[in-house]
Design a protein around this ligand. Structure first.
Ligand code: GAL
Length: 691
C-alpha cells in the first residue's frame, strides 16, 4: 500500500454553527438557496475570482464543489492534496457563498482503475467497461468501497468545520450512467443478498419458480447474476437482481454518509433523478438522506416537457415526505446529450425554476455555474454561458436571483394535495421485463397520461407507494400497478373500505412480488377490491381502436370482465359499433366497498376521454376542481402559520387570468394587490400571497 501523506495547508477554522442539528434544512441563511455546480478545477485562480464576483452579482448563495475532483484530491493512492479545495473554499467563505461539498466518488482516478482492474463494471452482455468517461466502478467492489469511504472520510475530517460548508453531496447521481454490474464481486454480493432475503436455497427455488424450465438450484454457489441468456431469463431472478443492484448502490451511499457523519453535522444528501433513473428505487433511498435533492432536465423533444417537469417535482416532494427539497441540478437552457438540444425560449428559465419552487423546492441550483470549455459537456448551457454576461441567459439568471430574494417568505412552506398517484418502482421493473401480453403496455406512458389529465385540471398530486398510509387522500389513482404484494393489496383494500376512492387502470394487481400469478382469476389481489374478475386479457392490435358505449375510444387493451359486485359505468359497444374483442362486456366499472369506491378502467383512454374518466372519479370523491385557464399552472404553498401563496406560471402565448383563488392577494414581488381578473402575462410567473 502506498504511504499516507498530505501535502496540503492546515485545515481552516471552525464555522460558528458547527454544532447545528445534523438533519433537516441547510444551516445558514433563511433565503431560498440559489446556485449550481461549480467545477473550479477547470479554471485558473484568476477565473475563480471573477466567478465569485459574478456569483455575488447573481445572488448565488450555494455552490456544489468537488464532485469530479478525486484525481486531484488523491493524486496517488493514500496521498492527498487538498490545496485547491482549501483555497477555493476559503475564497467562497470570504465572499459569503456557501458550499455543498461533494464527495468525488463517481469518478475513481486512473490509478484506481490500473490498480484494481477487477473493479471495472461488467454489463449484462459481458462487456467490461473501461476508464475515460465517468460513472462508478462496480458498486460491490471491496476496493472501490474502501477507497470511496476513505476519501469521504478525509474530506469530512478536513472540512467538517469549514465556514463555507453547509451541506454534503455524496457521489453524483447514483445509478447513472449504469446501475448494475455483472462482475465477480457483484455476483458474490448478490448471493449474500439472496441468502439474507430467502434464508434457504429451497425458499429461493420456490420464490423464483425454478421448476419452470428446469432451473432448480442445489447450492448458493450455482446462482449467477441474470446474464444475457439464450432466451428470456427467469423474470423473478431478474427482478431480484434489480432490487439487489439498487441496494448495492445504496450501501455505497450509506458507507460514505456514515464516514462523513463521524466528523460532520451538516445535512448529507445525494442527488436523485426522481423520474429519470428507473434503476434506483428511491422509496428505499429517501429515508437514508438528511434532505432530498434532485436533478431534472427537460425532455426537449416533448412539447409537454413542463408537465413532465411538474411530475418530477411532485414525485421528488413525495420522496421528501412533503418537506422542502433542493433542486440540485437543472439547466439554464439547452443540454448537450439529447438528440436535438433545444435552447430554452425567453422566460422559460424562470418558468422552469419557479415550477420546481411551486412544488416544494427551497433550493434552485443548476448544472453548472460556468460553461466548460473542454471535455464532454462544452455544449451544455450554464448560468454563465460562453457568451458571457452580455447574454440573455445571464440576464435571466440574475433576474431569477432577484425573484428568489423577493420570495424568501415562502421558505419552509409546504404543498398540499388531496389526490395521489401510486408509484411503485418494483412494479415498473417487473412490467418492463420481457414477454408481457402486449408490448404496448407501458407504465410510464400511463403515469404520464393520468398525471397530465390532473395537471390540466389544476389538481396537485402527491405520489405514494402502495404500502403508504393513504387515508389523507380523497382519491388515489393506480395506473398500471402490475405487481402488488399482499400487504400493499391489503392497504389499498383498507383505504377503500375506509372511505377512499381508488381508480385502477388495466393490467394491475396481476402478479405478486416474485412476478408470479396468485391463484385464481385476474386481477389477483384486487379482485375483491374492484368487485370483478377478468376471464381473459384481450389486448388490441397495433393501432386498433375500440368504442365504448359512453362515446369514448379505447386502444391497446381490453379485458373480458366478469362483474362480481361492481357495476358497469360504461361498456364496450356491440361488435357492429366497433366494440372490438370485448364487445358488450364492461369497460369501466365502479365497486362500492365499505365506505369508499374502487373504479376500474380496462382500456387505454387518451385526451378528453381520459379526462372524462378522471372527472368522474374526482366527482365521485367530491373533489372540487377549479380548472385554470389553458396553459396556466397554479400551485399553492402553505406556511406553518397557514399563510398561503399561489405560484402561477403561464406557459401559454396569451395572458391568463389568475382566477378567484387569488382574489384579495398581494403580489410578492411588487406588493400590489391582486384581483381575480388580474392576469399573468404570456410566459410570465407571479407569486401571490393569498388573502
Ligand atoms: C447530470 C450530471 C451533471 C451533468 C448534467 C448535464 O446528469 O449530474 O454532472 O453531466 O447531467 O446535463
Amino acid at each position: 500500500m502506498p504511504s499516507q501523506s498530505e501535502t496540503a495547508t492546515p485545515a481552516p477554522t471552525a464555522r460558528p454553527d458547527a454544532a447545528a442539528p445534523r438533519s433537516g434544512w441547510i444551516p445558514g441563511t433563511s433565503a431560498i438557496r440559489f446556485g449550481g455546480d461549480y467545477n473550479p478545477e477547470q479554471w485558473t485562480r484568476e477565473t475563480w475570482l471573477e466567478d465569485i464576483e459574478l456569483m455575488r452579482e447573481a445572488g448565488v448563495n450555494l455552490v456544489s464543489v468537488g464532485i469530479f475532483s478525486w484525481a486531484l484530491l488523491e493524486p496517488r493512492e493514500g496521498e492527498y492534496d487538498f490545496s485547491f479545495l482549501d483555497e477555493i473554499l476559503d475564497l467562497l467563505a470570504g465572499a459569503g457563498i456557501d458550499v455543498d461539498l461533494g464527495t468525488p466518488t463517481t469518478v475513481p482516478p486512473a490509478w484506481f482503475w490500473k490498480a484494481y482492474p477487477h473493479a471495472a463494471p461488467v454489463t449484462r452482455d459481458g462487456v467490461t467497461l473501461g476508464f475515460g468517461s465517468r460513472g462508478i466502478v462496480s458498486p460491490s467492489s471491496p476496493e472501490y468501497r474502501r477507497a470511496a469511504e476513505a476519501i469521504a472520510e478525509r474530506l469530512a475530517e478536513r472540512y467538517a468545520h469549514h465556514p463555507a460548508v453547509v451541506m454534503w453531496h455524496v457521489h453524483n447521481e447514483y445509478g447513472a450512467p449504469i446501475a448494475e454490474s455483472f462482475d465477480e464481486a457483484s455476483v458474490a454480493n448478490f448471493r449474500t443478498w439472496l441468502e439474507r432475503r430467502y434464508g434457504s436455497i429451497d425458499a429461493l427455488n420456490r420464490a423464483w419458480g425454478t421448476t419452470f424450465w428446469g432451473q432448480v438450484y442445489r447450492s448458493w454457489s450455482e446462482v449467477d447474476a441474470p446474464r444475457r441468456s439464450q432466451s428470456i431469463t427467469n423474470p423473478a431472478h431478474r427482478l431480484d437482481f434489480q432490487r439487489f443492484s439498487s441496494d448495492a448502490l445504496l450501501e455505497c451511499f450509506v458507507l460514505e454518509r456514515d464516514a462523513i457523519r463521524r466528523h460532520a453535522t451538516q445535512p448529507i444528501t445525494t442527488n436523485f433523478m426522481a423520474t429519470s433513473c428507473p434503476a434506483v428505487d428511491y422509496w428505499r433511498w429517501a429515508p437514508e438522506v438528511d434532505l432530498v435533492s434532485n436533478d431534472h432536465y427537460l425532455t426537449a423533444s416533448r412539447l409537454d416537457a413542463h408537465v413532465l417537469l411538474a411530475m418530477d417535482a411532485d414525485f421528488t416532494r413525495s420522496l421528501a415526505g412533503g418537506k422542502p427539497w433542493v433542486l440540485m441540478e437543472h439547466s439554464t437552457s439547452a443540454v448537450n446529450w439529447q438528440p436535438r438540444n433545444v435552447a430554452k425560449r425567453p422566460g422559460e428559465l424562470a418558468r422552469n425554476s419557479l415550477a420546481h419552487l411551486a412544488r416544494g423546492a427551497d433550493g434552485i441550483l443548476y448544472f453548472q455555474f460556468r460553461a466548460s470549455r473542454f471535455g464532454a459537456e462544452k455544449f451544455h448551457s450554464a448560468m454563465l454561458p460562453h457568451a458571457g454576461t452580455s447574454s440573455r441567459v445571464w440576464r435571466e439568471v440574475v433576474g431569477l436571483g432577484d425573484v428568489l430574494r423577493s420570495a424568501e417568505e415562502l421558505r419552509g412552506s409546504r404543498v398540499e394535495a388531496s389526490v395521489a398517484i401510486v408509484w411503485s418502482t418494483e412494479s415498473f421493473w417487473a412490467l418492463d421485463l420481457d414477454w408481457r401480453p402486449s408490448e404496448d403496455l407501458s407504465h410510464r406512458e400511463r403515469l404520464e397520461a393520468f398525471y397530465a389529465a390532473l395537471w390540466e385540471r389544476g389538481v396537485t398530486v402527491d405520489f405514494v407507494h402502495p404500502s403508504h398510509d393513504l387515508s389523507g387522500y380523497d382519491v388515489v389513482f393506480a395506473p398500471s400497478l402490475y405487481l402488488l404484494d399482499e400487504p400493499s393489496a391489503a392497504n389499498l383494500r383498507g383505504y377503500v373500505a375506509g372511505g377512499g376512492t381508488l381508480a385502477v387502470s388495466y393490467f394491475s394487481g396481476i402478479v405478486d412480488e416474485h412476478d408470479a400469478v396468485p391463484a385464481g382469476p385476474f386481477p389477483g389481489r384486487l379482485r375483491d377490491v374492484l368487485g370483478l374478475s377478468i376471464e381473459e386479457f384481450l389486448p388490441l392490435r397495433d393501432g386498433e381502436q375500440v368504442r365504448l358505449t359512453d362515446g369514448s375510444t379505447g386502444a391497446v387493451w381490453s379485458d373480458d370482465v366478469v362483474l362480481e359486485g361492481a357495476v358497469a359505468v360504461s361498456s364496450y359497444a356491440e361488435p357492429a359499433a366497433g366494440g372490438g374483442p370485448a364487445a358488450g362486456r364492461p369497460a369501466i366499472t365502479r365497486n362500492a366497498l365499505g365506505d369508499g369506491s374502487a373504479w376500474y378502467l380496462s382500456t387505454r383512454l387518451d385526451g378528453a376521454d381520459l379526462g372524462g374518466f378522471v372527472d368522474a372519479v374526482l366527482a365521485d370523491a367530491g373533489v372540487a376542481v377549479d380548472v385554470p385557464e389553458a396553459g396556466l399552472e397554479r400551485v399553492v404553498r402553505v406556511g406553518d402559520d397557514s399563510t398561503r401563496w399561489l405560484v402561477a406560471i403561464n406557459h401559454a402565448d396569451a395572458p391568463a387570468r389568475v382566477g378567484a383563488v387569488a382574489a384579495d392577494g398581494v403580489d410578492v414581488a411588487s406588493g400590489a394587490r391582486v384581483a381575480a381578473d388580474d392576469v399573468v402575462d404570456a410566459g410570465a410567473v407571479r407569486i401571490i400571497r393569498l388573502g
